[in-house]
Design a protein around this ligand. Sequence first.
Ligand code: C5P
Length: 292
Amino acid sequence: MKIVAPAKINLGLQVFGRRPDGYHDLESILQQISLSDCLTFQPAQSPGWRFKCSHPQLGGTDNLVCRAARMLEEITGKELPGVTITLFKNIPPGSGLGGGSSDAAAALQGLNIFWRLGLSPQELAGLGAGLGSDIPFCLEGGTALATGRGEKITSLTPLPFFWVVLALPPRLSISTASVYGSLGRNIPSVRPLGILREAISRGDREGILNWFCVEQVNSLQPPVLARYPRLRLLQRRMSELGLKPAMSGSGPAFFALTGSYLLSRRAALALQVEGYRAILCWTVQKTATSRY
Ligand code: C5P
Protein backbone atom coordinates (compact mmCIF):
# COMPACT_ATOMS: atom_id res chain seq x y z
CA MET A 1 0.00 0.00 0.00
CA LYS A 2 1.18 3.46 -0.86
CA ILE A 3 -0.09 6.77 0.62
CA VAL A 4 0.72 10.20 -0.75
CA ALA A 5 1.54 12.89 1.85
CA PRO A 6 1.12 16.38 0.30
CA ALA A 7 2.78 19.56 1.55
CA LYS A 8 0.74 22.58 2.71
CA ILE A 9 1.07 26.32 2.43
CA ASN A 10 -0.46 28.92 4.76
CA LEU A 11 -2.33 31.38 2.54
CA GLY A 12 -2.81 33.52 5.64
CA LEU A 13 -1.71 33.11 9.26
CA GLN A 14 -2.75 35.37 12.12
CA VAL A 15 -1.21 34.61 15.52
CA PHE A 16 -3.18 36.14 18.42
CA GLY A 17 -1.24 35.42 21.59
CA ARG A 18 0.46 32.94 23.86
CA ARG A 19 -1.73 30.54 25.82
CA PRO A 20 -1.15 29.12 29.31
CA ASP A 21 -0.12 25.77 27.72
CA GLY A 22 2.75 27.48 25.82
CA TYR A 23 1.08 27.26 22.39
CA HIS A 24 -0.28 30.29 20.53
CA ASP A 25 -3.88 30.87 19.49
CA LEU A 26 -4.06 31.41 15.77
CA GLU A 27 -6.26 31.53 12.69
CA SER A 28 -4.89 30.23 9.40
CA ILE A 29 -6.14 29.33 5.94
CA LEU A 30 -4.26 26.29 4.71
CA GLN A 31 -3.97 24.80 1.25
CA GLN A 32 -2.57 21.46 0.13
CA ILE A 33 -0.21 21.47 -2.84
CA SER A 34 1.06 18.84 -5.25
CA LEU A 35 4.59 18.58 -3.81
CA SER A 36 4.39 15.34 -1.81
CA ASP A 37 6.22 12.75 0.23
CA CYS A 38 5.17 9.14 -0.16
CA LEU A 39 4.84 6.34 2.39
CA THR A 40 4.72 2.65 1.55
CA PHE A 41 3.49 -0.11 3.85
CA GLN A 42 4.79 -3.63 3.12
CA PRO A 43 3.95 -6.81 5.05
CA ALA A 44 6.85 -8.12 7.14
CA GLN A 45 7.46 -11.56 8.72
CA SER A 46 7.87 -10.57 12.36
CA PRO A 47 5.13 -8.65 14.21
CA GLY A 48 5.21 -4.87 14.78
CA TRP A 49 6.55 -2.05 12.62
CA ARG A 50 9.94 -1.01 11.32
CA PHE A 51 10.84 2.25 9.60
CA LYS A 52 13.08 3.23 6.70
CA CYS A 53 13.56 6.67 5.18
CA SER A 54 15.12 7.88 1.92
CA HIS A 55 16.51 10.92 3.78
CA PRO A 56 19.55 9.93 5.87
CA GLN A 57 18.90 12.47 8.62
CA LEU A 58 15.23 11.60 9.11
CA GLY A 59 15.48 7.84 9.65
CA GLY A 60 15.63 7.97 13.47
CA THR A 61 12.92 6.70 15.78
CA ASP A 62 12.02 10.29 16.76
CA ASN A 63 10.51 10.78 13.27
CA LEU A 64 6.82 11.70 13.58
CA VAL A 65 6.00 8.57 11.52
CA CYS A 66 7.49 6.39 14.27
CA ARG A 67 5.73 8.42 16.95
CA ALA A 68 2.42 7.86 15.12
CA ALA A 69 3.10 4.11 14.86
CA ARG A 70 4.03 3.88 18.57
CA MET A 71 0.89 5.81 19.52
CA LEU A 72 -1.36 3.37 17.61
CA GLU A 73 0.49 0.38 19.10
CA GLU A 74 0.01 1.76 22.61
CA ILE A 75 -3.71 2.47 22.28
CA THR A 76 -4.43 -0.97 20.80
CA GLY A 77 -2.22 -2.68 23.40
CA LYS A 78 -1.79 -5.90 21.42
CA GLU A 79 0.68 -7.47 19.01
CA LEU A 80 0.05 -6.11 15.50
CA PRO A 81 0.93 -7.67 12.11
CA GLY A 82 4.44 -7.00 10.81
CA VAL A 83 4.84 -3.96 8.56
CA THR A 84 7.77 -2.10 7.04
CA ILE A 85 6.99 1.61 6.64
CA THR A 86 9.19 3.39 4.10
CA LEU A 87 9.14 7.18 3.80
CA PHE A 88 10.26 8.69 0.48
CA LYS A 89 11.05 12.34 1.19
CA ASN A 90 10.52 15.19 -1.31
CA ILE A 91 9.24 18.00 0.91
CA PRO A 92 12.20 19.96 2.35
CA PRO A 93 12.30 19.32 6.12
CA GLY A 94 12.00 22.30 8.49
CA SER A 95 10.71 24.52 5.69
CA GLY A 96 7.23 25.50 6.91
CA LEU A 97 5.60 23.26 4.31
CA GLY A 98 4.26 20.73 6.84
CA GLY A 99 6.14 17.70 5.53
CA GLY A 100 6.61 16.02 8.92
CA SER A 101 2.95 16.57 9.84
CA SER A 102 1.77 15.21 6.51
CA ASP A 103 3.98 12.12 6.90
CA ALA A 104 2.51 11.51 10.38
CA ALA A 105 -1.04 11.92 9.01
CA ALA A 106 -0.28 9.42 6.22
CA ALA A 107 1.20 7.00 8.78
CA LEU A 108 -1.95 7.21 10.93
CA GLN A 109 -4.18 6.64 7.89
CA GLY A 110 -2.00 3.89 6.45
CA LEU A 111 -1.59 1.91 9.68
CA ASN A 112 -5.30 2.30 10.50
CA ILE A 113 -5.99 0.48 7.23
CA PHE A 114 -3.05 -1.96 7.32
CA TRP A 115 -3.73 -3.07 10.90
CA ARG A 116 -7.56 -2.94 10.43
CA LEU A 117 -7.95 -0.77 13.55
CA GLY A 118 -11.28 0.74 12.45
CA LEU A 119 -10.51 4.21 13.88
CA SER A 120 -12.88 6.94 12.64
CA PRO A 121 -11.59 10.14 10.95
CA GLN A 122 -12.48 12.02 14.17
CA GLU A 123 -10.48 9.57 16.29
CA LEU A 124 -7.51 9.85 13.93
CA ALA A 125 -7.73 13.68 14.08
CA GLY A 126 -7.75 13.55 17.89
CA LEU A 127 -4.67 11.32 17.94
CA GLY A 128 -2.98 13.46 15.29
CA ALA A 129 -3.56 16.67 17.27
CA GLY A 130 -1.62 15.08 20.14
CA LEU A 131 1.39 14.65 17.84
CA GLY A 132 1.38 18.05 16.09
CA SER A 133 -0.93 21.02 15.54
CA ASP A 134 -0.95 20.71 11.71
CA ILE A 135 -1.77 16.99 11.60
CA PRO A 136 -5.59 17.30 11.74
CA PHE A 137 -5.41 19.56 8.66
CA CYS A 138 -3.18 17.05 6.84
CA LEU A 139 -5.75 14.32 7.58
CA GLU A 140 -8.57 16.51 6.26
CA GLY A 141 -6.76 17.95 3.22
CA GLY A 142 -7.86 20.43 0.55
CA THR A 143 -8.51 24.03 1.62
CA ALA A 144 -9.37 24.72 5.27
CA LEU A 145 -9.53 27.23 8.10
CA ALA A 146 -7.52 26.24 11.17
CA THR A 147 -8.20 27.76 14.60
CA GLY A 148 -7.21 27.07 18.21
CA ARG A 149 -3.52 26.17 18.11
CA GLY A 150 -4.11 25.08 14.49
CA GLU A 151 -5.78 21.76 15.27
CA LYS A 152 -9.44 22.82 14.85
CA ILE A 153 -10.30 22.43 11.18
CA THR A 154 -13.20 23.76 9.10
CA SER A 155 -13.14 22.77 5.43
CA LEU A 156 -13.58 25.64 2.97
CA THR A 157 -14.68 25.83 -0.65
CA PRO A 158 -11.85 24.23 -2.69
CA LEU A 159 -9.40 26.86 -3.96
CA PRO A 160 -9.48 27.34 -7.75
CA PHE A 161 -6.39 25.93 -9.51
CA PHE A 162 -3.21 27.98 -9.19
CA TRP A 163 0.40 27.29 -10.06
CA VAL A 164 2.58 27.54 -6.96
CA VAL A 165 6.22 28.65 -7.07
CA LEU A 166 8.05 27.53 -3.92
CA ALA A 167 11.51 28.79 -3.07
CA LEU A 168 13.92 28.62 -0.17
CA PRO A 169 17.61 29.19 0.36
CA PRO A 170 19.67 25.98 0.31
CA ARG A 171 20.59 24.38 3.65
CA LEU A 172 18.30 26.58 5.75
CA SER A 173 15.74 25.01 8.02
CA ILE A 174 13.97 26.83 10.85
CA SER A 175 12.52 25.34 14.02
CA THR A 176 8.84 26.25 14.45
CA ALA A 177 9.25 26.31 18.23
CA SER A 178 12.08 28.87 17.97
CA VAL A 179 9.97 31.22 15.81
CA TYR A 180 6.98 31.09 18.14
CA GLY A 181 9.36 31.36 21.10
CA SER A 182 10.81 34.60 19.72
CA LEU A 183 7.40 36.31 19.47
CA GLY A 184 7.06 39.04 22.05
CA ARG A 185 3.87 40.73 23.12
CA ASN A 186 3.52 42.81 19.95
CA ILE A 187 2.58 40.10 17.49
CA PRO A 188 2.32 41.46 13.92
CA SER A 189 -1.26 41.71 12.64
CA VAL A 190 -2.36 40.52 9.24
CA ARG A 191 -5.23 41.73 7.09
CA PRO A 192 -8.48 40.18 8.35
CA LEU A 193 -8.56 36.60 7.07
CA GLY A 194 -12.28 37.08 6.33
CA ILE A 195 -11.27 38.98 3.17
CA LEU A 196 -9.44 35.93 1.83
CA ARG A 197 -12.11 33.55 3.07
CA GLU A 198 -14.79 35.46 1.17
CA ALA A 199 -12.73 35.54 -2.03
CA ILE A 200 -12.27 31.76 -1.70
CA SER A 201 -15.98 31.15 -1.14
CA ARG A 202 -16.77 33.21 -4.30
CA GLY A 203 -14.10 31.32 -6.30
CA ASP A 204 -12.75 34.80 -7.06
CA ARG A 205 -9.28 34.21 -8.54
CA GLU A 206 -8.44 37.94 -8.74
CA GLY A 207 -9.60 38.48 -5.15
CA ILE A 208 -7.40 35.59 -3.99
CA LEU A 209 -4.35 36.94 -5.84
CA ASN A 210 -5.06 40.45 -4.51
CA TRP A 211 -4.78 39.09 -0.97
CA PHE A 212 -1.04 38.78 -1.58
CA CYS A 213 -0.60 42.37 -2.84
CA VAL A 214 0.15 43.52 0.70
CA GLU A 215 2.83 42.01 2.90
CA GLN A 216 0.67 41.43 5.98
CA VAL A 217 -0.52 37.86 5.38
CA ASN A 218 1.53 35.96 7.98
CA SER A 219 2.24 37.14 11.57
CA LEU A 220 5.43 35.06 11.64
CA GLN A 221 6.92 36.62 8.49
CA PRO A 222 8.22 39.94 9.95
CA PRO A 223 10.17 38.34 12.85
CA VAL A 224 11.62 35.62 10.58
CA LEU A 225 12.65 38.18 7.92
CA ALA A 226 14.27 40.30 10.65
CA ARG A 227 16.35 37.31 11.74
CA TYR A 228 17.32 35.99 8.26
CA PRO A 229 18.51 38.69 5.79
CA ARG A 230 18.90 35.92 3.17
CA LEU A 231 15.13 35.56 3.18
CA ARG A 232 14.61 39.28 2.58
CA LEU A 233 16.76 38.89 -0.54
CA LEU A 234 14.72 35.91 -1.68
CA GLN A 235 11.48 37.83 -1.12
CA ARG A 236 12.84 40.74 -3.18
CA ARG A 237 14.01 38.45 -6.02
CA MET A 238 10.62 36.76 -6.20
CA SER A 239 8.91 40.17 -6.43
CA GLU A 240 11.33 41.26 -9.17
CA LEU A 241 10.38 38.13 -11.10
CA GLY A 242 6.74 39.25 -11.13
CA LEU A 243 5.55 37.12 -8.20
CA LYS A 244 3.71 38.09 -5.01
CA PRO A 245 5.64 36.09 -2.43
CA ALA A 246 4.50 35.14 1.07
CA MET A 247 6.10 32.93 3.70
CA SER A 248 4.54 29.58 4.56
CA GLY A 249 4.07 28.80 8.27
CA SER A 250 7.21 29.57 10.26
CA GLY A 251 9.35 29.53 7.10
CA PRO A 252 11.80 29.60 5.52
CA ALA A 253 9.90 28.49 2.38
CA PHE A 254 8.29 31.32 0.40
CA PHE A 255 5.51 30.66 -2.09
CA ALA A 256 3.63 32.57 -4.75
CA LEU A 257 0.36 31.66 -6.46
CA THR A 258 0.02 32.50 -10.15
CA GLY A 259 -2.36 31.78 -12.98
CA SER A 260 0.41 31.60 -15.55
CA TYR A 261 2.49 28.51 -16.23
CA LEU A 262 5.02 30.48 -18.26
CA LEU A 263 5.57 33.12 -15.58
CA SER A 264 5.85 30.43 -12.88
CA ARG A 265 8.28 28.28 -14.87
CA ARG A 266 10.46 31.22 -15.83
CA ALA A 267 10.59 32.43 -12.20
CA ALA A 268 11.34 28.95 -10.79
CA LEU A 269 14.15 28.43 -13.33
CA ALA A 270 15.65 31.86 -12.63
CA LEU A 271 15.63 31.19 -8.87
CA GLN A 272 17.26 27.78 -9.41
CA VAL A 273 20.00 29.37 -11.54
CA GLU A 274 20.63 31.80 -8.66
CA GLY A 275 21.17 28.88 -6.27
CA TYR A 276 17.80 28.75 -4.53
CA ARG A 277 15.88 25.55 -4.08
CA ALA A 278 12.85 26.36 -6.26
CA ILE A 279 9.97 24.02 -7.01
CA LEU A 280 7.07 24.52 -9.40
CA CYS A 281 3.92 22.76 -8.23
CA TRP A 282 0.17 23.47 -8.01
CA THR A 283 -2.77 23.56 -5.62
CA VAL A 284 -4.65 20.30 -5.06
CA GLN A 285 -8.17 19.56 -3.90
CA LYS A 286 -9.22 17.04 -1.32
CA THR A 287 -9.43 13.60 -2.95
CA ALA A 288 -10.15 10.08 -1.86
CA THR A 289 -7.60 8.79 -4.36
CA SER A 290 -4.33 9.61 -2.63
CA ARG A 291 -4.05 5.91 -1.71
CA TYR A 292 -2.92 3.20 -4.17
O1 C5P B 1 2.27 21.54 17.28
P1 C5P B 1 3.66 21.44 16.82
O2 C5P B 1 4.41 20.30 17.50
O3 C5P B 1 3.84 21.42 15.36
O4 C5P B 1 4.37 22.78 17.31
C1 C5P B 1 5.76 22.93 17.39
C2 C5P B 1 6.05 24.06 18.33
O5 C5P B 1 5.63 25.31 17.78
C3 C5P B 1 5.34 23.96 19.68
O6 C5P B 1 6.08 23.21 20.60
C4 C5P B 1 5.21 25.40 20.09
O7 C5P B 1 6.41 25.84 20.65
C5 C5P B 1 5.05 26.13 18.77
N1 C5P B 1 3.64 26.41 18.44
C6 C5P B 1 2.97 27.43 19.10
N2 C5P B 1 1.67 27.68 18.79
C7 C5P B 1 1.03 26.97 17.84
C8 C5P B 1 1.69 25.94 17.15
C9 C5P B 1 3.01 25.70 17.47
O8 C5P B 1 3.55 28.10 19.97
N3 C5P B 1 -0.24 27.26 17.56
